[in-house]
Ligand binder design. Structure first.
Ligand SMILES: [Zn+2]
Length: 426
C-alpha cells in the first residue's frame, strides 16, 4: 500500500498590511511559486531569435506560447498579413464568457534584433535578466501569461471574455498599417478595456496617453539663375531660402504647443536634390547658381487628432506664403494614431494604483506623454473605452545590446496585473 503525502506550502510573501481578499492572496502565492518556471520560459523564448524580419522566428516564439495559452483554455488563431508585406502574423488567443469586463491584452513577439545580431542569448546576473527582447516585450508576454495562469489555477478565468493579441510586427509594422493593424482593431471591437504589456523604465508609473506620429516632406522650388541676380524681383530668392523660411516659421509657430513636435531629419537642396525611400539624400549645386530645388523630410508628434489637424493646417498656411518667385508644397504620411488621455483611462490608472497599494507597493502615477513612445495600443485606443499601457516589467537598455529586465519588478508587476485583471473580470 502506498502512502501519498501531500505537502502544503504556505507563502507569506505579501506585506502584512496588504489589503487583499483570499482569492487575491492565493494569486500572489501562486505567482511567487511560479517565478522560476516563468523565468525559464522567458529564457527559452529569448533564445529564439524573433527580429521583425525573421518571420519564421516570430512564428516559432508564438507557437511556444500558443501551447501555454491553450492549456489555460484559450482558443488560438494566427492572423497573417498579405505575403508581400513580409511580416509575421499576430497570434490571437481568445476565450468567451459573460462575466465582468471584456479585456483585450496586447504584447508583441518580435524584437529589434535581427537574425545576424550579435545579441542572441538570455543570461542572468543577480536581479537582472539580460537578452534580446528580455523586457521588450518577451518579459511582458511571460508576465501576462503567468498572471493568467495564477487566475486560472483558481478557476477565476471561467466565463470571462479575454483576447490576448501577440503582435508579430510591433517594432516595424507592416505598411500600410490600415492593413497590418486591421485584425488588432477588429479584436478590439466590443471590448471594454485594453491593457498593454510593454516594458517600463519606471517601477511605479504607466501610460494613460501616448502621442501619435506622422511623417512629412516639404519640397520647395525656385528659379535657377546666376547667383548675382538673387534678390532681384523677377528672379526671387531661390529654393533654399524658401525652404529654410518654411522650416524656421514651423519652429517658431509649432514649438510653443505642448506635446507637439515637428522635426526636420534630412535636408538637401541645389540644382538637384533627391531623398530616397531609405532617407538617403543626394544632389548637387554650384556656389554661383541660385538653388532650383530643396526638400526636407521629418516627423511630427501630436497628443490628439485635433492637434494633428492644427499642425497640418499651420504648415499648409506657412507653405502658402512663399517668398518671391518660389513655391513650396508639404505632404503628410500617416503614422501611428495618438492615444489621448481620457477620464476612463484615468479611472483605470486609479484602479491599478489601488491594486498596487492594496498589495503593499507604492501608488502608480501616469508617465508624461512626451516620454512615452508609440505602441500598438494606440491603434485601438479610440475603440475600447478605457486603455492602460506599459504594464510589463521594468527594464532598461531597450533596443540596444544592453537590454535587461529587473526580476523583482517582473514578480511585482505579475502580481499587480493578476489582481487588476481579477478585479476587472470579477
Ligand atoms: Zn515593445
Amino acid at each position: 500500500m502506498k502512502a501519498i503525502i501531500y505537502i502544503v506550502l504556505f507563502y507569506f510573501t505579501f506585506p502584512l498590511w496588504a489589503n487583499v481578499s483570499n482569492e487575491e492572496q492565493k494569486l500572489i502565492a501562486t505567482i511567487d511559486q511560479n517565478t522560476e518556471q516563468a523565468l525559464s520560459l522567458l529564457e527559452k523564448i529569448v533564445n529564439i531569435n524573433s527580429g521583425t524580419d525573421n518571420i519564421q522566428g516570430v512564428f516559432d516564439v508564438g507557437e511556444v506560447l500558443k501551447a501555454e495559452f491553450e492549456a489555460l483554455g484559450f482558443k488560438s488563431e494566427w492572423k497573417n498579413p498579405p505575403e508581400d508585406m513580409h511580416r509575421a502574423g499576430t497570434l490571437f488567443l481568445t476565450r468567451q464568457g459573460n462575466q465582468g469586463k471584456k479585456l483585450l491584452l496586447i504584447a508583441h513577439l518580435d524584437t529589434v534584433f535581427p537574425k545576424n545580431s550579435l545579441f542572441q542569448t538570455f543570461s542572468r546576473e543577480g536581479n537582472l535578466a539580460k537578452g534580446p527582447g528580455v523586457s521588450d516585450d518577451k518579459g511582458g508576454i511571460v508576465l501576462l501569461l503567468y498572471a493568467l495562469k495564477a487566475l486560472n489555477a483558481q478557476g477565476l478565468l471561467d466565463n470571462t471574455t479575454i483576447t490576448v493579441a501577440l503582435v508579430g510586427d510591433e517594432e516595424n509594422s507592416g505598411k500600410p498599417t490600415s492593413i497590418s493593424r486591421a485584425a488588432l482593431k477588429e479584436a478590439a471591437n466590443g471590448m471594454d478595456i485594453t491593457l498593454d504589456f510593454e516594458p517600463n523604465g519606471d517601477a511605479n508609473s504607466v501610460a494613460i496617453a501616448r502621442r501619435g506620429t506622422a511623417q512629412w516632406e516639404i519640397v520647395s522650388q525656385g528659379i535657377e539663375e546666376h547667383s548675382s541676380l538673387i534678390f532681384k524681383p523677377h528672379i526671387g530668392f531661390g529654393a533654399i531660402f524658401e525652404l529654410t523660411r518654411v522650416l524656421n516659421e514651423a519652429r517658431e509657430q509649432l514649438s510653443t504647443q505642448q506635446y507637439a513636435t515637428f522635426n526636420p531629419g534630412v535636408i538637401i537642396g541645389g540644382t538637384e536634390g533627391q531623398i530616397d525611400k531609405t532617407h538617403h539624400a543626394s544632389g548637387y549645386g554650384k556656389t554661383n547658381v541660385i538653388a532650383q530645388t530643396a526638400r526636407a523630410q521629418g516627423d511630427m508628434r501630436f497628443i490628439s487628432d485635433e492637434q494633428k489637424q492644427w499642425i497640418q493646417n499651420t504648415m499648409l498656411t506657412i507653405v502658402a506664403q512663399s517668398l518671391v518667385k518660389t513655391s513650396s508644397t508639404i505632404t503628410f504620411v500617416e503614422g501611428m494614431p495618438p492615444m489621448p488621455e481620457t477620464a476612463e483611462n484615468k479611472k483605470l490608472l486609479d484602479l491599478y494604483s489601488k491594486v498596487s497599494t492594496d498589495l503593499g507597493y507604492p501608488p502608480v502615477s501616469a508617465i508624461a506623454p512626451d516620454f512615452s513612445g508609440g505602441a500598438d495600443i494606440s491603434y485601438v485606443a479610440n475603440i475600447t473605452p478605457a486603455n492602460l499601457s506599459r504594464l510589463g516589467p521594468v527594464g532598461s537598455g531597450h533596443h540596444s545590446v544592453n537590454e535587461s529586465m529587473d526580476i523583482k519588478s517582473f514578480n511585482i508587476n505579475t502580481k499587480r496585473a493578476a489582481v487588476l485583471i481579477y478585479r476587472l473580470i470579477k
